[in-house]
Design a protein around this ligand. Structure first.
Ligand code: GLU
Length: 311
């Protein structure tokens, strides 16, 4: 049996802004990675953070994928309580949290709001989540005092002293001791589950075996592999992609409204957008094309490893 045919990739957008060229590039690569293997794509909406995400933006992103011909095979349909939206998966995350709590793998953390919020932004979590925190070593009495004073804890994983090694499909071998990255938040003090727990569990639960995403998330990968294996699952193959950056090397961002899909589709046809992207990604000669037209001959070895500056 050809293992490739069973490839299940995913689109996992956070509906926190309007999709930009960088998001389209990641989605295109995820789609080509699955399709070129005869595999399938799941659409999951990563709307964990109620303050940043909206259903309106989720609809807009899904419509954007569709209008570009980046069709998915299963997943989010915008039904009430749709189980492919992370905001509707709290019960499932709670079960996982209970398992981890019973194993004494988590502890309450009473640090400041900034540190807690970091957990909800996957791209910033590394910098702040474990900054100077000593909560792991609080005594029962100290914890009780903090609770009495009305402090609501976030919950962190006790990062084990364990080396996780993996081979990224594009960037090669990585090895990381989880204790070097440090303890990380899996549940915020307001009860919202954090990125690392949700994404690890969801990839496992949804049968995803190929994860394609921007290379800024390579640093989360070891933790996700570890969590999935802790929960008895098999980690997917990860394939990270170079980021698209503005001239000043700043990563394109939804919040800054960079090259967003509304602007792009006003100026270019879908075929022109993919022509442009395929030349940036070095996967074709840059002639206007549909996404379908890029499937044949898709090969990760053509994709640059360095970030791509959009001029
Ligand atoms: N939801 C994240 C984003 O939109 C992607 C997370 C992931 O691929 O693991 O950037």
């Amino acid at each position: 049996m050809n293992e490739n045919k069973n490839a299940i990739g995913r689109f996992a957008p956070s509906p926190s802004g309007i999709m930009h060229l960088g998001n389209i590039a990641s989605a295109l690569l995820a789609w080509l990675d699955a399709r070129s293997r005869g595999g399938k794509i799941v659409l999951r909406i990563e709307d964990l953070d109620p303050d940043r995400c909206s259903n309106e933006l989720a609809v807009k992103i899904a419509e954007g994928f569709k209008s570009l011909g980046l069709v998915w095979d299963s997943g989010w349909e915008n039904k009430p309580s749709d189980k492919y939206a992370q905001s509707n998966r709290t019960e499932l995350y709670n079960d996982i949290f209970d398992i981890l709590q019973k194993r004494d793998a988590v502890y309450p953390c009473y640090c400041t709001r900034n540190q807690r919020l970091a957990a909800s932004a996957p791209h910033q979590a590394d910098k702040l989540s474990d900054f100077g925190c000593k909560c792991r070593y609080l005594s029962k009495l100290e914890r009780r005092e903090l609770e009495k004073a009305g402090r609501k804890p976030a919950w962190k994983i006790k990062a084990p002293d364990k080396i996780v090694s993996f081979t990224d499909g594009h960037y090669g071998k990585f090895s990381e001791n989880l204790s070097d990255t440090g303890d990380f938040i899996i549940k915020r003090s307001d009860g919202v589950f954090a990125y690392q727990l949700a994404v690890s569990f969801d990839d496992m639960d949804m049968g995803v075996n190929r994860v394609v995403r921007g290379r800024d998330l390579i640093s989360s990968t070891a933790r996700q592999i570890w969590l999935i294996e802790e929960l008895g699952g098999k980690a997917p193959q990860y394939c990270h992609a170079p980021l698209l950056t503005a001239l000043d090397k700043r990563k394109l961002s939804k919040r800054d409204g960079d090259l967003n899909i509304d602007e792009l589709t006003k100026r270019f046809s879908t075929e022109e957008i993919f022509g442009l992207l395929s030349s940036y990604l070095n996967i074709s000669d840059g002639k206007p094309t549909s996404a379908e037209g890029l499937i044949e001959g898709f090969d990760w070895s053509k994709v640059p490893k360095e970030d791509i500056v959009i001029k």
